[in-house]
Design a binder for this molecule. Sequence first.
Ligand SMILES: Nc1ncnc2c1ncn2[C@@H]1O[C@H](COP(=O)(O)OP(=O)(O)OP(=O)(O)O)[C@@H](O)[C@H]1O
Length: 360
Amino acid sequence: MIGRLTLSDFRNHADALIVPDHAFIVLTGENGAGKTNILEAVSMLAPGRGLRGAALRDMTRQGGPGSFGIAAEVDGVMLGTGVAPGAPDRRQVRIGGVASSANALADHLAIVWLTPAMDRLFMDSPGGRRRFLDRLTLALHPGHAVHSARYEAAMRARNRLLTNLPAADPAWLAALEAQMDEHGAALGGARADLVDRLSAELAAQPDQPFARPVLEIAQEDRAEEPLASRLARERRRDAAAGRTLSGPHRNDLAVVHAAKGQAAALCSTGEQKALLLSILLAHAALVAARRGQPPVLLLDEVAAHLDPMRRTALFDRLAMTGGQVWMTGTEDSLFSDLSSATRFSVCAGRVGVPQVNPRS
Ligand SMILES: Nc1ncnc2c1ncn2[C@@H]1O[C@H](COP(=O)(O)OP(=O)(O)OP(=O)(O)O)[C@@H](O)[C@H]1O
């Protein structure tokens, strides 16, 4: 749990202090106030590029000193990250006051997030769903990123080599295809394991009033032939296409609304949000089981598109996770059903004093 968060010159926050008193933290304010920026700051206390996937230099406050700092006490350990003036692209990390690497933050904090950009996850192209699938897989299989990077590197090299196909060295091509086979099998295995475990977790959850999704990795075809021999056979076709047409880089995540038997993309906006939340909550449960403690949930504009019944159900489910939950919204009334939360109003980059359950 994050006990105390400070921001300096991060996005539109010159100087902010947030000390949560409850597991639920609710940030409300007008559009552009700086609520998402606070969630993004929290997400920067874990490895990776944060919930917006933004460049570090874009996080430094415009008109500020050209640096930013984020610090938080997480289960008694001080975590800090930021950039120094003159080095806007070099991320610095401190754990317990000692300079460290961003990857080492994973030992101290796990985060699961939902952003409005994910509202279109089921409608948009497979690439977004693949990245989503890989992000979830990485939380359970830390080696996933390495396999992914090596697979992509071998594929890029193969694609380059195929541009001079008749003259290309077949032994070199075969070596690259063997690498794609090896790392591709690891990628596919880890993704399949994630989907199996999410499915088991989802099956154990009540499906009302939240929609229960059925998940499957959609593959272009399910040929049993090893990828390396397939790639060797398809060199000519791939050369003509200018890219590799077979392999796990073409996988998609297929999601179906179980009760309706309908593809998620055909469901209503609120139904899609409920399906996505079901997946994320199942994922949070898997992360909790792996780490022995629940992840911190960052839920940006989570109540949008949910009817009051689903909102109440969501808050009940969130309370059952036992972890810390940060939520944002433009109106306080969206969170009136929450029985205990620390509420902060955010206005033009300033965080107000906390209000604990103003209505109780
Ligand atoms: N590097 C930066 N320096 C200063 N301001 C920034 C920087 N990056 C973004 N901003 C500003 O931060 C403001 C707040 O953004 P944020 O996304 O946190 O708003 P929000 O409160 O979540 O609003 P909404 O309800 O519309 O989602 C935006 O107006 C944006 O222009």
